[in-house]
Design a protein around this ligand. Structure first.
Ligand code: PLP
Length: 443
């Protein structure tokens, strides 16, 4: 079949907008009649710099990213960011504590030599790390689970506080987000506690079809000083640029490009600038070595400060992949203009409502897996005929005949999953809805 005849609902890598693919083919061969393709040019060339600047400008415009945020283009995917957030934010916590300890030690020992001060500071930090370092994770699906496991692998499970494991309230399965007052977040200073290094959640769980419907109220900014606040980290790999986001509520937002933004190979991190030097210095490597926290200091290519300082060009960035991401963003700005990402949000809502509407219409045939209150607009997970193996195979085979592809659920959970990313045209959703209707009528 031709590409246009196929409707692809894969969860990632995901479909790309046709005009982008066509332009990308040309750009790969000969970019803007320069005689060179984008896979061949230096990441330090003026052309590459312009592509980078444009991508940043368009992302900034689409999401209304405030000036006090840095946009970083990295590699290593969403999984790389699972490690990166730990590697970057635990040192922020240490550095804040180190400064406070140093001020206290100097005040109490005005005549002490530097070496003596450093030793006292180290001893206090060692105790604070041991007793107070906590990384809060809200585990609402397979990806936040993986992220929490990576944190535990790096720094040790003792420091990881799973503030919510959504499976516990749902018979061992993901599919709900229990009420906020049941979460056991580490209390902030304002709440009489010591605070955590950060709170992590996955905005849209790709495998389980669970999406936060809005920013959790309990994580709203609070407190009077930096140590009172909750630094919020969100994985938006599978719902990036699909709805309006108040970026100012987050310390870090990250996502791989391969779902809503482009092809695999580029990862975007949006990081609040005051978490980077010079406002928050990186603790000296020697101090981190001595504190002996697993995984710290980590690889330099995942170090936000280094990537920011080098305008994402610390090492070779895949410029072709960056161009694809930039083109997707530029085209969205072109289509939606002043509406920005809200324009895309309306379409995502419309498409997902059509699919859920068709599924809900035939409860004897289809069952949406996650609870209604947390349904993802991006990954629509459902079972056919109560999960009957033969019926589900029949459903897939019938879909394939109509060139509706990529509908099989993740291997870890089974069932069906229709991914409804930005590049899935309304027309393809309508074809799927027609198939859902037709299949149901034969049952
Ligand atoms: N986070 C989410 C929500 C995902 O859906 C995925 C991959 O599908 C990842 C993280 C991991 O991304 P990567 O494969 O780029 O490491």
């Amino acid at each position: 079949p031709s590409r246009q005849e196929v409707s692809y609902f894969g969860a990632g890598p995901a479909p790309l907008p046709t005009p982008v693919v066509e332009a990308a083919g040309q750009a790969f061969v000969n970019f803007n009649d320069s005689g060179l393709g984008l896979g061949e040019i230096s990441h330090r060339s003026p052309t590459a710099n312009k592509i980078l600047d444009d991508a940043k400008a368009n992302l900034s415009a689409l999401l209304d990213i405030p000036d006090n945020y840095e946009i970083l283009f990295m590699q290593a995917g969403g999984s790389g960011e699972f490690s990166a957030v730990v590697q970057n934010l635990v040192p922020v916590w240490i550095e804040r504590r180190r400064r406070r300890a140093e001020a206290d030690v100097v005040k109490a020992n005005p005549d002490a030599e530097k070496a003596q001060v450093d030793e006292l500071v180290f001893q206090r930090l060692q105790k604070e790390v041991d007793e107070e370092l906590k990384l809060d994770y809200l585990v609402t699906g397979s990806w936040s689970l993986k992220a929490s496991q990576e944190a535990a692998r790096l720094v040790g499970s003792k420091y990881v506080n799973v503030a919510l494991d959504a499976r516990k309230a749902n018979g061992g399965k993901f599919g709900t987000i229990p009420a906020e007052d049941t979460w056991s977040l580490t209390p902030t200073k304002a709440e009489g506690g010591k605070g955590s290094a950060f709170v992590y959640f996955c905005d849209n769980e790709t495998v389980d079809g669970v999406e936060f419907q809005s920013f959790p109220k309990v994580l709203e900014a609070q407190g009077q000083d930096a140590e009172d606040e909750r630094l919020v980290v969100a994985d938006m790999s599978s719902n990036f640029i699909s709805r309006k986001v108040d970026v100012s509520k987050y310390a870090v937002i990250f996502g791989g490009a391969q779902k809503n933004i482009g092809v695999t190979g580029i990862t975007i991190a949006i990081v609040r600038k005051d978490l980077l030097p010079p406002q928050t210095a990186t603790p000296p490597a020697a101090l981190l070595h001595r504190l002996n926290i697993g995984g710290l200091p980590g690889p330099v290519v995942l170090d936000y400060a280094t990537i920011a300082k080098n305008n994402s060009l610390y090492n070779t960035l895949p410029i072709f992949n960056l161009w694809v991401a930039g083109k997707v963003m530029a085209d969205l700005m072109g289509v939606f203009g002043a509406q920005k990402v809200s324009g895309q949000e309306q379409i995502a809502d419309q498409k997902s409502n059509l699919i859920y509407g068709a599924l809900d219409k035939y409860p004897q045939v289809y069952r949406v897996v996650p609870d209604k209150s947390v349904r993802s607009r991006m990954n629509i997970c459902f079972r056919v005929c109560g999960g009957d193996d033969a019926k589900e195979k029949e459903f897939i085979a019938g879909a394939e005949k109509r060139l509706l592809q990529g509908l099989k659920g993740h291997r870890s959970v089974g069932g069906m999953r229709a991914s409804n990313y930005n590049a899935v045209p309304l027309e393809n959703v309508q074809k799927l809805v027609q198939y859902l209707e037709d299949f149901a009528s034969t049952q």
